[in-house]
Every structure is written in C-alpha cells, then in structure tokens.
Design a protein around this ligand. Structure first.
Ligand code: UGA
Length: 486
C-alpha cells in the first residue's frame, strides 16, 4: 500500500518507520524543511528505542521524506494525518493544524483516497475533516475519512506499534475499513512475527494483534477514554498512597494486592509525583472539555487533574520537611524527562519541581541520561548545574531527589551515594528503592506512600511521626504555603 503521513513528529515518524517495516511504500511529510533535511541526512530527531534501526533499514527504499503535501498525497492511496493537536487556552484541543492539513489535502486529491486521522482528537473530528474536504473542493466520491488512534508510549513506541494490545480502526464505510485492515494485516494475521528480520520482543502472550473495527466516532472516543482512564488509575493510586503514607502502610504492597485482581491489573499503579508528558495532561483536559460541550460535567476528571497537581505540591512539602528550609541548600536531582526512557520534557513533573525548588532559593545539580538538552531550553539558568552522571550530581549535596523513573537510577551504588552526599538523605518521587535497603545502606529515605527508611544510627533522632505521618492528609489549599505557584 502507498501511504503518506502528514506530520513527522513523534507519532508520524514512528508510524512511518513501522509502516515501512510492515512492507508499505511510505512518505513521511513535514512542513519543517530543516527537520526533513535532517531526516534525509540520517539524523534521528527523537530518542526512541529501535527507531534509528528502522529508519536506517528503510530510508530511500520503502521510506522517503518530503515537504510537499501535494506530491505525497497524489503518490499515495492512504493519507494519515499525524500533526500535533496542542492544548488551547480553554483546555480544548487546538485542531487548527489538522484543519490546515485537511484543506491542503482537499486540493491535492486526484483519485480515491482514504484519509485517516491518527493524532489524538476529540470525537467528531473525522466529521469536521470530511466537511472541510468537501468545502475545499474534494468530490464526495473521491475520499473516505477514518480514525485510527495510536496507543504508542514514548520510549517504547516502536514495540507498542509492532506488538499492540489492539488496533482500533474507526471506519464509516466498507472501502476504508478494508484498506485499513489490509495495512495492518501483517500484525493481525501474525505474518510479521514469523519474519526472521522482525524487530523482536519477548512476550508471554502470542504475538497477534487484536483488531477492533468500529465507527469513526467510537474510535475517537476510545482514544480519549483510554488516556483518561489511565490517568485516573495513576491519580487513584496516588490518592491511596497518601492514605498509606499517613498510616504507615506500604503502597507497593498495596498495589501488588490490588493489581493481582485481573479485573484491575497491575499496570499503571505506580505511585509517584503524578503523570506528565504531552498526552495525559492535555488529553484529560480535552476530554473534560468534550464532555462539557456534550452537556455533561465529568467531575471525575476534574478530580483526576486536581490530585495530579497536588501530588507535586506534596512532594515539595516532603522535601521541605526533610531539609527544613530550602534557601541556599544544594540539591541533587536525578531525572528531568516526564518519565524514564525518553528525552521528552513536555509537562514534566520533574521540571515543575526543579523550577519550584529554584524559586524557593535552592541550588540544584541535575542529571538526566537523555533529556538535559531539552531541559536546558526551559529551566532558568540561575542556580542550576548539569552533571554528567548521578554521582556527579550528588557530590556534596544536602540531599538527593529522584524525579524520573529511569531504570539506571534504580541501580545506584548506595555506599558511594552515602559517602558523597553532605547529608545521607534521599527523597524518591518514583519509589525506585526499598526503604529497608536504603536504611541498611545508611540513607534516610523518603518515598511516596511508604514509611520513611531510617538508618539505625539515626533512629533515635528521627521522630516516629516523621516516619509515618510525613505529609499530612489535608486539602491542597493547606499545602499551598509549602510551595507557591506549582
Ligand atoms: C500515553 C499512553 O500510555 C499511550 O498509550 C498513548 O498512546 C500516549 O499517551 C499518547 O496519547 O500519545 P506516554 O505519554 O508516552 O503514553 O507515557 P506513559 O507511559 O503513559 O506515562 C505518562 C505519565 O504517567 C508519565 O509521567 C509517567 O511517569 C506517569 N506514570 C505512568 C505514573 O506516574 N505511574 C504509572 O504507573 C504509570
């Protein structure tokens, strides 16, 4: 199948490389000439496992790059729209890029095309694209519009594409349904997984993607509802973690207990400093706005957002409780990306916390394995130093803060950490360590939803209330003085 993807961002580029991997002839299009030139030179603009390998494998064979929507649409049978849908000031998704692309596609259509919306959009966007194509001169019989939401996670996007839990196709006519099914057939019939050169992945489940064929509106709602549900799961467990912390229970054991019920599942139950990234914060808000427009007040989502914001404030409260005042304190920060495995810092809780620490007068020495370059563009310069490894960040600091769940942060040499910190204090916003292990290593260890790990040598000086009731159960309003404007 000849496929064009309009928009070579994170979703567009990964999808383009993976469609080429499945055997299709693909053109990845972007109006950013510098980005296309870099891709032509073989540069990879995002940090994504397996992407460099796939781009190298298919570039100039089944995968090409272009800045021309007109030429690419004319050369393709199927056109995926993969441009950004940022958040507008009102919280709704800003669909102006989608509209602009639809208008350009309309004037390029020269034969039967299937136009597929892949960016995350509110329900009824396919309907709007259809109208836009018509009023811009496309003939009704010359196109179909369908929805094919993506469920890729940054950091594991290639594997998520090639080994999906499900493929959702929202088609309102038989032609677009059959074209889309053909595109994904190597995954749904399992033939891709038999190839010797397939990107491999060890999974306990048989690799054969489940297909969900529905109409466009349902597909659009599946995407928003999926992200909102996952965000709700995270806020729920964070709320439970706050209770767990207050009573001296252990949230990781609670999660094991809850998650082993197959109706609930163990995934996305990691308590921490809240969700971030370019998807959940924007999509929960946009889905809330969609509900409002439908005349439904989706109060549950308001609470999901409130808990998420409060989680950062609670972490700051914890830092202050451990260190008393922050002005002039030197703090080591591990992690700037919004999660491990990516260089993306958009809506990163780690960045918000670093900025709050700086406002409070702390000096911060940060380390992130991939996100430093992007973080430097956002974080104020004064008071921040960048280290080249975790130990360089920790050297001489009053405490070590873990803000991103990078795997390598879970395997630090604890003796070395203790010996280079000025005070042996670790405040972990991602629960990467066992409190007992940390205490045994001589570190005073604060985490989320668990009692403080207190080294034997300090047990007489650290008050038991601190060990169990570190952050009071209270409304977010009363946490405000701890941190302003987080
Ligand atoms: C998310 C969804 O997981 C994808 O399915 C979806 O395709 C994507 O959004 C999108 O709409 O494009 P992503 O934003 O890459 O993917 O990241 P996630 O792995 O979902 O993590 C989101 C945030 O939640 C991160 O800040 C992470 O640290 C946090 N998180 C995740 C937790 O705090 N606890 C958890 O248990 C899991």
């Amino acid at each position: 199948m000849r496929i064009a993807l309009i928009g070579s961002g994170y979703v567009g580029l990964v999808s383009a490389a993976c469609f080429a991997e499945l055997g299709h002839e693909v053109t990845s299009v972007d109006n950013d000439a510098a980005k296309i030139a870099a891709l032509e030179r073989g540069e990879v603009p995002i940090h994504e496992h397996f992407l460099p390998e796939l781009l190298k494998r298919h570039h100039r064979k089944r995968l090409n790059f272009s800045t021309s929507i007109m030429e690419s649409v004319r050369a393709s049978e199927v056109v995926f729209i993969t441009v950004g849908t940022p958040q507008s000031e009102t919280g709704e998704a800003d669909l102006s890029f989608v509209e602009a692309v639809a208008n350009e596609i309309a004037s390029a259509i020269d034969g039967r095309k299937v136009i597929v919306e892949k960016s995350t959009v509110p329900v009824r966007t396919c309907e709007s694209i259809r109208k836009s194509l018509l009023i811009n001169g496309a003939l009704p019989d010359s196109f179909s519009v369908a929805s094919n939401p993506e469920f890729l996670r940054e950091g594991t996007a290639v594997l998520d594409f090639l080994y999906p839990d499900r493929i959702v196709l929202g088609a309102d006519d038989d032609y677009s349904a059959s074209v889309l099914q053909e595109i994904y057939s190597p995954l749904t019939n399992g033939s891709y997984y038999l190839r010797e050169d397939a990107i491999s992945f060890t999974s306990s489940t048989a690799p054969q993607a489940r297909l969900i064929l529905t109409n466009a509106k349902s597909a659009e709602l599946i995407k928003h509802a999926s992200n909102a549900f996952l965000a709700m799961k995270i806020s729920f467990i964070n709320a439970v973690a706050n209770i767990s912390e207050a009573v001296g229970a252990d949230i990781t054991e609670i999660c094991a207990g809850i998650g082993s019920d197959s109706r609930i599942g163990a995934k996305f139950l990691n308590a921490g400093i809240g969700y971030g990234g370019s998807c959940f914060p924007k999509d929960v808000q946009a889905f809330h706005a969609v509900a409002n427009q439908c005349g439904y007040e989706f109060g549950l989502l308001t609470e999901v957002m409130r808990i998420n914001a409060e989680q950062r404030r609670r972490f700051l409260y914890k830092v202050r409780s451990a260190l008393w005042t922050l002005r002039g304190k030197k703090l080591a920060v591990l992690g700037l990306a919004f999660k491990g495995g990516t260089d993306d810092v958009r809506e990163s809780p780690a960045i918000a916390i670093v900025e709050a620490l700086l406002r409070e007068g702390a000096q911060v020495r940060v380390y992130d394995p991939a996100a430093t370059a992007k973080a430097r563009l956002i974080i104020p310069k004064d008071g921040v130093l960048y280290a080249s490894d975790p130990y360089g960040a920790a050297e001489g600091c009053d405490a070590l803060l873990v803000l991103t769940e990078w795997k390598e942060f879970a395997n630090l040499d604890l003796d070395r950490v203790r010996s280079i910190l000025k005070y042996p204090i670790v405040i972990d916003g991602r629960n990467l360590y066992d409190p007992k292990e940390m205490a045994d290593a001589g570190l005073l260890y604060y985490s989320i939803g668990r009692a403080v790990g207190v080294p034997r040598a300090m047990s007489s000086t650290v008050h038991s209330r601190e060990a169990t009731h570190l952050c009071p159960i209270t409304s977010s309003a009363s946490l405000q003085p701890a941190v302003t404007a987080l």
